[in-house]
Design a protein around this ligand. Structure first.
Ligand code: AMP
Length: 282
């Protein structure tokens, strides 16, 4: 396995692959890898001659210093895990300096309004940070195909928009959400849940599934009211937002239309651990 800590180390490898016309697959991550990440990488390994995985906890996408500080980091076990998948993966583990130089700031992006919904409302500047790092990583890695999880569906839509707006020559593939046996969406943040919180957390997906059923016959407003009541009775879980939105523009729906695709999105706190999830409704 090749591990690069600087873009200068990665550049000749990328140049060599480009010369040989070999397709480069790419999965950007913030590390603390789990099976969810691996599902993206496995798909990439099947579809490309070479896979690049980046591990970088991007400071500019955190609006909360404590969240950034407490974000799990486990580079040694991450590398071991990647090694079990394939000996050929190229891992890029940049320093903050390698990506940002001396000024750790985001560029400002207009993602056609996608950035103002949900995560954008509750995490100020989050998508400017995401856009900045992903654009820079794409410039360095020059992938043919990049894989993003539907776990962060809004992020996936924003990256699709970024690629379209900036005419980047990379194909974006969305990958289904991987869950634990009890339904909890896999997330690096799950490591930070205590035992009681971990036992309470599957309620998030259970409630999403029931919301989906109810949406068959009820209005989005009615479903939201019902869901808020369910969470009001939860001791360990605090609802931050729940919304039913149009998959294309991510705007909360007013009235159902048969031709459109909808998705329910949720963010919940278990103590100071913030969990997000979503479910396709049709
Ligand atoms: P992160 O390290 O949290 O930035 O995630 C890196 C990539 O893995 C993102 O594209 C995520 O959407 C994706 N991902 C994280 N968790 C899951 C999951 N449970 N299922 C599918 N993809 C995931």
């Amino acid at each position: 396995m090749i591990i690069c800590y600087k873009k200068e180390d990665l550049r000749p490898i990328v140049d060599g692959l480009k010369l040989k016309n070999q397709s480069i697959g790419f999965v950007p991550t913030m590390g603390a890898l789990h099976e969810g990440h691996l599902s993206l990488i496995k798909k990439g390994l099947e579809e490309n001659a070479e896979m690049v995985v980046s591990i970088f906890v991007n400071p500019t996408q955190f609006d909360n210093a404590l969240d950034l500080e407490k974000y799990p980091r486990s580079i040694e076990s991450d590398l071991e895990l990647l090694q079990t998948l394939s000996k050929d993966i190229i891992v890029y583990v940049p320093t903050v300096d390698d990506i940002y130089g001396k000024t750790i700031t985001s560029e400002h992006f207009d993602f056609g309004g996608l950035e103002n919904q949900m995560e954008g409302q509750f995490r100020k500047g989050h998508f400017d940070g995401v856009g900045t790092v992903v654009k820079r990583l794409f410039e360095i890695v020059q992938p043919d195909i990049a894989y993003f999880g539907k776990k962060d569906f809004q992020q996936l839509r924003i990256i699709q928009e970024l690629v379209e707006k900036h005419k980047l020559s990379v194909k974006i593939v969305g990958v289904e959400i991987l869950r634990d046996k009890d339904g909890l969406a896999l997330s690096s943040r799950n490591e930070r849940l205590n035992k009681a919180q971990r036992e309470a957390a599957p309620f998030i997906y259970q409630t999403l599934k029931t919301a989906k059923k109810r949406f068959g016959t009820e209005s989005a407003n009615k479903v939201s009211e019902w869901l808020e009541k369910q969470f009001a009775q939860q001791e360990l879980l605090t609802l931050e937002y729940f919304t039913i939105a149009d998959e294309a523009n991510l705007q909360t729906i007013r009235r159902k239309t048969k031709t459109k695709s909808y998705r329910a999105f949720i963010a919940v706190f278990a103590g100071d651990v913030r969990l997000i999830d979503n479910i396709a409704l049709n």
